[in-house]
Design a protein around this ligand. Sequence first.
Ligand code: SF4
Length: 375
Amino acid sequence: MSGCYIHIPFCAQKCSYCDFHFSTNHAHKEKMVGALCKEIGIRSENWSSESIETIYFGGGTPSILAAGQIGQLIQQVKSNYLVADSVEITLECNPDDCSLENLKLWKELGVNRLSIGIQSFRDEQLGWMNRSHQSADSLAAVRNAKEVGFDELSLDLMYGLPNMSLEEWKEQLDQIIALNPEHISAYCLTVEQRTALYKLVKDGKLHVSTNEQQSEQFELLVETLKNAGYEQYEISNFARDQHYSRHNTSYWKGSKYVGIGPSAHGYNGTERYWNQANNAFYLKELENDRLPETIEELSRFDRFNETLMIGLRTKWGASKQQLFENISPDKQWFQTVKGYENENLLIQTEEKLILTPAGRLLADAIASDLFLIEN
Ligand code: SF4
């Protein structure tokens, strides 16, 4: 089982906190779609035996493409790969792109899951984030999507925002629950260098939340969504009635995926590649039938550490069979695991290592403590 990720490197405007790869210059949109189609074709040679179970349009802002362009890309994947009849096709979209007209077209093209970037229900927060939408757009987007018949909706929200109180966070959680989406993703705001937010914080115009506030908000998030019937199946992802993101779940379980587009990554089970995060370079290379990629063969240590880090973030845990496939940790490692078990941060079964709710608060720290380093 494999997935296909397609990175659409365009956005309407630059959100203040974002360090993903995208451009606000849309002059080469058509050319880019042609290049993406070309890369899909070139890469298919190595993926002929794989069944593609999920196609994920991420970005950037995929919903910025014309419906015909999205259709062209889906068709290109279908003509070049073995695509399962039950394929999950996810489109990340901004609320202001979710008109009834667009939604109907996306549905006709086979898109069956939408991931809508709401981020906040407060217009003043959306303002300093420099989002292209307002809260009313988010409400309309969800209403429209349901009217058109989308029954796999994922909504994104952010916490740890400047001046966000626990009460306000609870209100926002209640608002998202009231929309009754199948899936919710909630991410803590991080201040990345080379972003407008970094400058706002550096100049003292915005004050970031403390680690303690972030932890309190995370705990409230988990508890509130649990009470509303959402299962936390990954640190930042919650689903009701097992409406998991099949695409992301397959990443977390170590499946292979083909990545298309500038800055996209791919993984074939032993090697990882990533395309250059540069639209002009990407277009030029594809024009010359070359892939703008860097390939890295993963060492057995890399694979162990990745399996651990990603697995511990999920409810399924890190599989011992996968972890110990090519490597045997020493006694000290098992003692460290035991220590976390004694602190009630981790559970060890015959098959896997799983973090407890308390352990999930420290997921990254525990994973890095258990990393194996090649001498
Ligand atoms: S829409 Fe998404 S990818 Fe684009 S700038 Fe905003 S956060 Fe970044």
